[in-house]
Ligand binder design. Structure first.
Ligand code: S3P
Length: 176
């Protein structure tokens, strides 16, 4: 399949996709597309409010619509943690470019996502168990979709951005 020149970030909530995406956009001067931001702008609502008012299924539909609006050009793509749940999304991401899976150990993820109550899927009686179950279900999907994985547990966001750019260097993509 033809692969584009985008750098695509996938991974669980709390792996640093949004911040690392901003670093990459600054370092490469490429435009940044963040599917959560695109969906949020379309509804004029925060993600948590979209889940409450319209439900997860509508959110997932809007997420796929957002992906299909991203131009097939050298850009930075930041995705929501559930993007790998639909195989049609993964096919779009593959076409767009190289897919980087950002990972972190469970304790680190829980500590990071606990800092903000913005994640609707973790508003459960036992968020720790919910996170653990979701991670177990999704980890294989992230790994299968990705060209490579970076463990972000002990790295700063700028260090992760460095590693990504170094890994992609041999491909001589447009952004160098
Ligand atoms: C989701 C992750 C969120 C957001 C929504 C659903 C998920 O994005 O898309 O709350 O299913 O994992 P982040 O990964 O940026 O938190």
């Amino acid at each position: 399949m033809e692969r584009g020149e985008a750098i695509v970030l996938i991974g669980f909530m709390g792996t640093g996709k949004s911040s690392i995406g901003r670093h990459l956009a600054r370092r490469t001067s490429l435009p940044r597309y963040d599917t959560d931001e695109m969906v949020s702008a379309r509804y004029g609502l925060r993600i948590a409010e979209i889940f409450v008012q319209f439900g997860e299924s509508d959110f997932r539909g809007a997420e796929t619509d957002a992906l299909s609006q991203i131009p097939e050009q050298p850009v930075i793509v930041v995705t929501g943690g559930g993007i790998v749940l639909r195989s049609e999304n993964v096919a779009i991401l593959h076409r767009l470019g190289r897919i980087v899976n950002l990972a972190a150990d469970e304790e680190t993820l829980f500590a990071r996502v606990s800092r903000r109550a913005a994640r609707p899927l973790l508003q459960t009686a036992n968020p720790r168990e919910t996170l653990s179950a979701m991670l177990k279900q999704r980890e294989p999907l992230y790994r299968a979709a990705a060209d490579f994985t970076i463990d972000t547990s002990v790295l700063r966001h700028d260090e992760v951005a460095d590693i990504i750019l170094r890994q992609l260097q041999p491909l001589r993509l447009h952004f160098e």
